[in-house]
Structure formats: C-alpha cells, structure tokens
Ligand binder design. Structure first.
Ligand code: ATP
Length: 261
C-alpha cells in the first residue's frame, strides 16, 4: 500500500544536542486511513516530531514525504495546503471573534493570517461553512456556544474549537497534540466520538496523548518514542505486552495491567 507519510532517518538538534533521531535518525511511516497514537515520556520528542511534520521546524538531516511530495523543507502554509493539518497544545484562536467565525477563519487560513481571511474566498462560501461548523459543534455537544465569543470558552471548549477549526478544512492527515488536556470527561467522550466519525470518513489521524485510557480504545496502532527514537510500534495489544515499553513508559507491570482494564 502507498504510504501517506514517510519519515526517513530524520534528526533534529537543539543547541548541539540531538533531540530527535538518536544515532540512525528517526524513521516511520503511516498508512492512509490509519489512526495512530504517538506516545512517550515527557520530553521524549512528540511535539518536536509534530513541528517537523508540519513545517514549523526543519530537520538537520533525513526526509519527510507526505502524499507523494517531499515536504522536508516546505513552509507550514505549503504543507497545510497539501492537506496536513495540526492542532497545538495551546489552542491558537482569535479571542475577539465568535466561535463560528473562528471555525470559518480556520477553513481558509491555514497560515493563521487573519488579514487575508477577511478578503479570502471563504466569504462566498460562508453559508456552507457555517452549516458545517454548526454540524461539527453539534457533534461535540457545543451547538449552544457557536455565537459566543471565544474569550468566554472554557479550556476544554477551546480544545474542541481547535479540532473543529482544522476538521472543517477536510485534511488528509490531522495531527492532534494532546486533545484531551483540560477537557472534562463528558467532553472527552464527545471528542472521542468525533474522532471516530472523522476517521470513519477516511481522515488519517495521528494523536499525541498522555491519557492512555482515552487513546488505547481509539487507535489502531501506536508509535512509542523514547529520547527522540522509536522504541516500539504495533497494535495497542502488542504495545501493552511489550516489556521494553512497559518498563520505559508504562511504569511497570502494574500500570500496564491497569491500561488493559
Ligand atoms: N525550541 C527548542 N529549543 C531547545 N530545545 C527544545 C526545543 N523544543 C524542544 N526541545 C527539547 O527537545 C526535547 C523534546 O521536547 P518535546 O517538547 O518535543 O517533547 P514532548 O515529548 O512533546 O514532551 P511533553 O510530553 O512534555 O510535551 C526536550 O529535551 C526539549 O527540551
């Protein structure tokens, strides 16, 4: 099967220290239509990997191919236009606009350039986009919030907005950075349902998530990162029973057992 994403021998250094890639460089690939969890201890390199994939950082060596195009040195806007979307750990929203206007701006504004969005083509498609935005918010139980100012949203609602803004652009691949952080359990369930629906419609997803209870029920495969290197990859079942992962990441057999329940 043709891969949607191919990461080959990628390294990234900060101030002379290699954060990503270890000795041989980091390599992994992602099948179209897959749902991948990216896990690893704090500081292991997950956000850096997302920054490399989305063009916010450039690798020191290696290559990244997305949907048949070499995007190793491409700027974030060009990568976004090719259909690779991402969310950030800290949601990037326009707090003076309403929820719905934030979603619409996200539709034609991958580079976060608000100025262009006012003159952009989305104005002609406003009704259609509004309809889609209301539908996405309805699915996460936030229809009552669409006309509120973003500054009035809770942390959890902001996370939902961040996902909705990216989804409306119908990306081929979406990278979600800790989508459940600060989201209450009810909204978490809505978020899980939304991600399942998005995945069923064919969007490929990679999600960084510390909440393994949330993650392990959703994804079909996992990449485990440790010190910027790929420690293991496989199905959730394979990862749960991998002794190296259990000792490096899951915190011993007792913890691994609890994730099985
Ligand atoms: N801009 C930067 N400048 C210098 N060092 C950085 C920079 N970004 C990341 N690092 C370092 O790279 C390593 C990986 O960090 P990264 O934030 O990618 O880890 P993470 O797995 O996302 O962590 P967390 O789970 O805590 O979010 C860490 O040692 C971090 O200090």
């Amino acid at each position: 099967m043709k891969k949607l994403l191919q990461v080959s021998n990628v390294t990234k250094q900060f101030g002379g220290l290699r954060a990503i890639g270890g000795y041989n460089g980091l390599s992994f690939d992602v099948d179209p239509g897959s749902f991948t969890g990216l896990i690893g201890p704090n500081g292991s390199g997950k956000s850096t990997i997302f920054n490399l994939l989305s063009g916010f950082l450039k690798p020191n060596s290696g290559s990244i191919v997305f949907d048949g195009n070499d995007i190793t040195t491409a700027p974030p806007e060009a990568i976004s236009e090719r259909g690779l979307a991402r969310t950030f750990q800290t949601p990037r929203t326009f707090s003076s606009l309403t929820v719905i206007d934030n979603v619409i701006v996200g539709a034609d504004n991958p580079g976060e350039r608000l100025r262009f969005s006012w003159t952009g083509k989305w104005r002609n498609q406003e009704a259609e986009l509004k309809h889609e935005a209301v539908e996405i918010f309805g699915r996460v139980g936030l229809s009552h919030r669409v006309n509120d100012r973003v500054g009035d949203l809770s942390g959890g609602e902001l996370r939902m907005l961040e996902v909705a803004r990216q989804m409306i652009r119908k990306p081929k691949l979406i990278l979600l950075d800790e989508p459940t952080a600060g989201v209450d359990p009810k909204l978490q369930q809505n978020l899980a349902d939304l991600l399942i629906a998005i995945h069923r419609k064919g969007t490929t997803i990679i999600v960084v998530e510390h909440n393994l209870h949330f993650l392990l029920d959703l994804v079909d495969n996992l990449l485990v990162i440790n010190r910027g290197e790929l420690l293991a990859k496989g199905s959730p079942e394979e990862i749960r029973s991998n002794p190296e992962v259990v000792s490096a990441y899951l915190g011993g057999q007792d913890a691994a057992q609890s994730y099985k329940n």
